[in-house]
Ligand binder design. Structure first.
Ligand code: IPD
Length: 255
């Protein structure tokens, strides 16, 4: 998984360099980005298929592919943080998860620009390169910073999100919107963010990140408290002290 991510990242990085150039060109980067993700996904598909020919796929660009072994599949986002990429912002990542009988058993999130490799194996802990990760130990909301995803034109419930934002900013040390949900979750696992919430995500944005947070000792649920994050796209991740209080604040704001 790491090898596939590193290989695909070479292509993504090259395209990113070109996007930065294209910012000043007349054509602009919008057309270009459409062509950046599919080739990256192709490389990931080829590498992962070579390693495990029988596994299926769920991929952002090409959808679902049932493998000869229907119990295992790769859940792949070749470019999480597409809008950042398009604007020449370096916060983007490749996310790969391995699902077995509906359970995520391994996950890799690789940020090509910082070259940070976040990885986790079920029962084996979460890591950043060779270092073991642990979620933050903060217990006090007033000292905590939270990441989120802000809905945009045509997406999400804007009034509800505004209420959530108001409620969390009243009690916390700050809110961040970095624009790549996979990395937001990896940063919770690394203790950089004390928590993260967002609705309307896809399985490929969050599958690897959920495992990372859990393996780093954190809690992940839907904002509403259930556990079908991959199905609903609703995610609330934090350490065990903050998960409940943050969830209560978000639910109180939604009501
Ligand atoms: C997006 C990013 C972003 C989140 C969006 C996602 P994509 O993923 O994760 O942070 O706010 O909802 O769609 O489209 O760049 O893979």
């Amino acid at each position: 998984m790491m090898g596939a991510a590193r290989k695909a990242a070479v292509r993504l990085k090259r395209d990113y360099g070109e996007v930065e150039q294209l910012q000043v060109s007349r054509k602009g980067p919008a057309v270009f980005v459409i062509t950046a993700a599919p080739p990256t996904e192709k490389i990931l598909h080829a590498e992962l298929s070579r390693a495990r020919p029988n596994f299926g796929f769920l991929m952002e660009e090409s959808g679902e592919e049932i493998g000869a072994d229907p119990t295992r599949r790769w859940i792949v986002d070749p470019l999480d943080g597409t809008t950042n990429f398009l604007h020449g912002l370096p916060q983007f990542a490749i996310s790969i998860a391995l699902e077995e009988n509906g359970t995520i058993i391994a996950g890799v999130i690789y940020a090509p620009i910082t070259e940070e490799m976040f990885w986790a194996e079920r029962g084996g802990g979460a890591h950043l390169d060779n270092r073991r990760l642990r979620v933050s130990a903060r217990t006090d909301l007033s000292q905590s910073i939270f990441a989120t995803g802000i809905p945009y034109m045509g997406r999400g419930d804007h009034p509800e999100f505004t209420r959530q934002l108001n409620a969390v900013m009243e009690v916390s040390a700050g809110i961040r919107r970095f624009g790549a949900a996979a990395l937001d979750l990896a940063y919770v696992a690394a203790g950089r963010f004390d928590g993260f919430w967002e609705s309307g995500l896809h399985a490929w944005d969050i599958a690897a990140g959920i495992l990372l947070v859990r393996e780093a000792g954190g809690f992940v649920s839907e904002i509403e408290g259930g556990t079908d994050m991959l199905g609903s796209g609703s995610v609330l991740a934090a350490n065990d002290h903050l998960h409940r209080p943050l969830g209560d604040i978000l639910l109180g704001a939604a009501a």
